[in-house]
Design a protein around this ligand. Structure first.
Ligand code: 13P
Ligand code: SF4
Length: 367
């Protein structure tokens, strides 16, 4: 069958699943899960929709899910409800005997797409020419396997929002400067926590292939890749002022992918896990405006009716790619596993896996 016909058939069968009633989807997902028994584990990121995350055997942030993947030695199928780079990380951390499935291949991450391997090679040449052998590359896990492999090969490691300080401490002991990929905001906000002045952080623009000094030209300790999360960029300083005047006494809690100016105005900032734990331990009556992905903020609001929880920007949309994973795609993936024909398999080639694993293992070792 031609590739076009295969794609048309694939589309046709997914469209059929999209027509199923909510009850039928729930019944068939539950039935498929129980037939697959312990051959299957479903991992779900906290940003997933409620109707999907309810089926996750383990839910977590990207660091927690990577840790779980690293110890799933006997599971034949791992269905990852999250985005592409997370499924890649899972494949890297599991053996060739195991199969990782992403229910919808369109579940990418626009931030991860902002750094491609060719551009990163060019950047490395540029910065090492300018600053010599003084740089360690560090990549946020929100990056492709190829970028993780590049970082592993050049003595660096991966980072997540929940271990950012530990990884920075390690990196700054190893080298004078960090090349931070691909999220400039997590890099800048973590640098500030380390007391690094803004004028000692520059930004590398991969399109212009040049360095910018948005806060003055000091000797850079951190070279930030010019990338961002389009969801977290929607939380602006004006939203902090607006929410404080609308809800007096409200506390503002944001993810470090938000821009520096917003983070500085917030009462607290931290990873997805930090946000969840902070809300869980707050007393009844606490008011929160949270700057992170919409599905998670809504879930926290439902789970904590004793607190007032709103989004820092009530007009913000959920992460569109995280939301690509829905029950029809999940059921389609599970029933294909039952039929013995896994679809949407995520397989990272062995050369990339080898070096990407080095970068991830270095991170897991110090986290
Ligand atoms: P965590 O590392 O907090 O899971 O975040 C992943 C992510 O995609 C944030 O936008
Ligand atoms: Fe990527 Fe942002 Fe979505 Fe996270 S919230 S998956 S960084 S686009």
């Amino acid at each position: 069958m031609s590739v076009v016909n295969q794609l048309l058939n694939l589309q046709k069968s997914i469209n059929e699943y999209a027509l199923l009633s909510s009850e039928e989807l729930d019944e068939r997902i539950a039935a498929a899960k129980s037939k697959l028994e312990d051959r299957l584990v479903i991992l779900g990121h906290h940003y997933q929709r409620d109707d999907v995350i309810q089926y996750a055997d383990h839910r977590g942030d990207s660091l927690q899910l990577a840790r779980i993947a690293a110890v799933l030695k006997d599971t034949e199928y791992i269905v990852f409800c999250g985005v592409h780079f997370m499924a890649e990380t899972t494949d890297i951390l599991t053996s060739d005997r195991q199969t990782v499935i992403l229910p919808d291949m369109n579940a990418g991450c626009s931030m991860a797409d902002m750094a491609d391997d060719q551009e990163v090679e060019e950047c490395w040449e540029f910065v090492t020419k300018r600053f010599g052998d003084s740089i360690i590359p560090v990549t946020y896990v929100n990056s492709t396997a190829a970028i993780k492999a590049f970082v592993g090969k050049h003595g660096g490691l991966t980072i997540t929002s929940s271990n950012a300080e530990k990884v920075f401490a390690h990196a700054l002991q190893a080298k004078q400067r960090i090349l931070f990929l691909p999220d400039q905001h997590l890099g800048r906000n973590t640098g500030v926590k380390f007391g690094i002045p803004l004028n000692e952080m520059c930004v590398y623009d991969p399109k212009e292939m040049e360095i910018e000094y948005p806060h003055g030209e000091g000797d850079p300790r951190i070279i930030l890749w010019k990338g961002h999360c389009s969801v977290h960029m929607k939380f602006e300083p004006r939203h902090v002022h607006e929410v404080r005047s609308k809800y007096p006494g409200i506390r503002v809690l944001v993810h470090p992918e938000c821009m520096y100016e917003t983070v500085q105005l917030a009462d607290e900032h931290g990873s997805t896990d930090f946000i969840i734990k902070t809300v869980r331990k707050a007393p009844a009556g606490t008011k929160w405006a949270i700057g992170t992905e919409h599905n998670l903020v809504n879930r926290l609001a439902q789970e904590h009716p004793e607190q007032l929880i709103v989004s820092l920007n009530e007009m913000v949309c959920p992460c569109l790619t995280m939301n690509r994973i829905d029950r029809p795609h999940l059921l389609w993936s599970l029933e294909n596993l039952l039929a013995g024909s896994p679809r949407n398999v995520i397989r990272v080639d062995s050369a990339t896996t080898e070096w990407a694993r080095v970068a991830i293992d270095r991170m897991l070792h110090i986290s």
